[in-house]
Write a protein that binds this ligand. Structure first.
Ligand SMILES: Nc1ncnc2c1ncn2[C@@H]1O[C@H](COP(=O)(O)OP(=O)(O)O)[C@@H](O)[C@H]1O
Ligand SMILES: [Mg+2]
Length: 398
């Protein structure tokens, strides 16, 4: 026998636990209110009026993408009964795109293979002009642009300024344009310039994190498709839901725990998925999430985490900011990055503690003394080192 053999005793269809799986309409649970809000926000479009731009926000994994897909596919389905209104939906995931690249991708949504433009080949104004031309040629009366993960576009908001105003600025006269922006980042909206905020966020829909009972309700239909009959011990779903509920409130997180628990059971030839499998899975998934968050931090934060890891291994934590700065200076010089001023480094330390990577103590130095701050790691140093290994700017250190 080789290493691989097909096994099917645990899973029947593990794909239903994956992100790419599209739930059936009756499998979207616990989001009735948000779907009602969506319906209300889309009503002007349905009536043939100017669409209201919609801004959807909430943490990752709380159903923003799936709910949006679902409501828009109902809209596309129902429009056969509308008179005088036809709606096209164009979906763009903005992950890894800049405002400029996103505009190029939008142009290509209206072009056939062979006619695609190079998304970096034209000045920005020309790309926007091409987009307006396509929009003016559309047979549909309305177009809805979904910009998913719109926070990836960062601070360059030229597209987000132009697109919602395409009609009112007279660039697009032949079709009515609506934008649905979806953001994983709470702070993104506040950081948009006021000119963009007011136009892009006419109607806001907030998706809150799920609690454990909601997560359990989401897991149930998926689990009954994914697993063979009777392989889940009774408390597996509540436990997976509880772990994800306490930690992130993300359905993606809960589904990942369940999938991982199933695959541990399969790998160890267990006949059932047990609570113990769920506990192991929850640890692994949490570790993965922390690693991803750590990797996403900027280089200067990586450097500081490295410094704290070194201090921890020398039993020097919690360490005072002045001591951290000394080690930081040496490390920054060794890997050839700019040495930031103490003040900047202090700010970064407090940001890292707000994000939960460091813990901070305020220490009072007796009656006449002032106070100072001590910092230590608040995550497993092994996880930090694993995450930092992928930052090649630090390759001289780790
Ligand atoms: N209310 C829900 N009912 C059923 N499945 C859900 C629900 N919310 C989220 N999911 C599932 O959880 C995963 C993450 O949801 P997604 O919409 O991608 O989250 P977001 O876009 O907010 O990051 C997907 O697999 C999705 O099908
Ligand atoms: Mg999403």
């Amino acid at each position: 026998m080789g290493r691989f053999a097909q096994r099917s005793d645990i899973f029947i269809d593990e794909d239903t636990l994956r992100d790419e799986y599209t739930p059936e309409p009756d499998e979207l649970v616990e989001r009735e209110e948000e779907m009602d809000e969506y319906e209300e926000a889309l009503q002007p479009t349905v009536n043939g009026s100017q669409p209201r731009h919609i801004f959807v926000y909430g943490e990752t994994g709380v159903g923003k993408t799936v709910a949006t897909r679902m409501i828009l596919s109902e809209l596309e389905e129902d429009q056969q009964h509308f008179s005088g209104v036809s709606i096209r939906v164009v979906w763009l995931n903005c992950k890894d795109l800049t405002s400029y690249l996103a505009a190029g991708h939008l142009v290509n949504k209206f072009r056939e293979d062979g006619q695609y433009i190079s998304t970096t080949g034209y000045p920005r104004g020309t790309v926007h002009q091409m987009l307006w031309e396509h929009l003016n040629e559309l047979p549909e009366s309305h177009i809805l642009f979904v910009l998913d993960e719109v926070d990836s576009l960062g601070t360059d908001d030229e597209l987000l300024y132009q697109l919602p105003r395409a009609n009112s600025n007279g660039k697009v006269t032949e079709t009515k344009v609506g934008i649905i922006g979806i953001s994983n980042d709470f702070t993104y909206r506040e950081n948009l310039s006021p000119r963009v905020q007011s136009s892009l966020c006419e109607h806001e829909i907030h998706f809150a994190p799920y609690d454990a009972p909601q997560l359990q309700a989401i897991l149930e239909p998926r689990a009954s498709k994914a697993f063979a009959n009777d392989v889940l011990e009774n408390d597996v779903l509540p436990l997976a839901a509880a772990f994800a509920g306490q930690d992130t409130g993300s359905a993606r997180h809960a589904l990942n725990i369940l999938y991982k628990a199933g695959s541990i059971a399969r790998r160890t030839d267990a006949s059932q998925v047990t609570e113990d499998h769920v506990r192991k899975a929850a640890d692994l998934v949490e570790r993965g999430i922390i690693e991803d968050e750590l990797r996403a931090l900027p280089a200067q934060s990586h450097l500081l985490l490295y410094v704290l890891t070194v201090l921890a291994s020398n039993d020097e934590t919690p360490a005072r900011r002045t001591r951290i700065y000394e080690v930081y200076e040496t490390a920054a010089n060794r890997c050839g990055t700019t040495v930031k001023a103490p003040r900047t480094v202090h700010n970064r330390l407090s940001q890292l503690s707000l994000k939960g990577f460091l813990k901070v103590n305020e220490v009072n130095e007796g009656i006449n003394g002032g106070k100072h701050y001590d910092y230590g790691l608040d995550v497993d140093p092994d996880i930090v080192m694993d995450a930092l290994e992928t930052d090649n700017r630090l390759s001289d250190l780790v």
